[in-house]
Design a protein around this ligand. Structure first.
Ligand SMILES: N[C@@H](CCC(=O)N[C@@H](CS)C(=O)NCC(=O)O)C(=O)O
Length: 235
């Protein structure tokens, strides 16, 4: 059994998609990051970084319970554990390269682009320009790579495509102002639509749909999500 620590945001969405593709039994544990539940000691024992997603595999290596945190680590762990969606051995160099490209580039730059355009207390043109331009550059790199290719690594759908899907689903928030934020990246748009049309993607999007996650951004939320703005909060 997998315990899946979840909030309806891009990084947990990737793991929801893989769990649904695998058909593994899992239990969703909602972590309401807007209420600060990511900082609770019980959750910090599972992810010391205080972010979602995280999982606990009650049947980890040697039959022992194991925690895994960070979406890319979880994708690799579950992919390798089940031997599914990780491509052929010959695909591994490409699979790892693109997985880390998304983990260290697309993900963080998307997060900062969203933060500076939607959440920051001041609109800082320098920051907004830097993160928008970096995202456009990352999209272009991936778009060019996908020309003439159906999937990102090897010839089959894999955890890398799932990883890209998580943040591409928020392209409209990452690059607001465009009618279709992916229109300038036709290969990337095609990949997104292919993954998004999968039945598992629909099920992933429905995970914890009925949970009453907090939707407002008040002082409690700002302190929980952006503690670096509050010098008195020990981080
Ligand atoms: N590198 C991490 C990033 C995780 C992350 O930033 N998660 C966000 C949700 S998408 C979160 O927990 N935000 C709450 C917070 O920062 O306090 C991963 O890929 O899992």
């Amino acid at each position: 059994m997998i315990r899946f620590y979840f909030h309806p945001t891009p990084n947990p969405a990737k793991v929801a998609l893989l769990l649904e593709e695998l058909g593994l039994a899992y239990e969703v544990v909602p972590v309401d990051t807007s209420k600060g539940e990511q900082h609770a000691p019980a959750f910090r024992a599972i992810n010391p970084n205080g972010k979602v997603p995280a999982i606990v595999d009650t049947e980890g290596p040697g039959g022992k319970e194991a925690r895994v945190f960070d979406s890319s680590a979880i994708l690799l762990y579950l992919g390798e554990k089940t031997g599914r969606f990780v491509g052929a051995p010959a695909d591994k160099p490409e699979l790892l390269s693109w997985l880390f490209f998304i983990a260290s580039g697309v993900g963080p730059f998307s997060g900062q682009a969203v933060h500076f355009q939607h959440a920051a207390p001041e609109k800082l043109p320098y920051a907004i320009n830097r993160y928008r331009r970096e995202i456009e550059r990352h999209y272009r790199v991936l778009d060019r790579h996908l020309a003439g290719r159906e999937f990102i690594a090897g010839s089959a759908y894999s955890i890398v495509d799932m990883s890209a899907w998580g943040w591409l689903a928020r392209a409209g928030r990452v690059l607001p102002g465009e009618d279709d934020a992916l229109a300038a990246f036709p290969n990337l748009k095609r990949l997104f639509e292919t993954v998004d049309a999968r039945p598992a993607a629909a099920r992933a999007k429905a995970v914890a749909k009925d949970h009453p996650f907090k939707r407002t951004t008040d002082e409690e939320t700002k302190r929980a999500m952006f503690p670096s703005n509050y010098p008195e909060i020990a981080m």
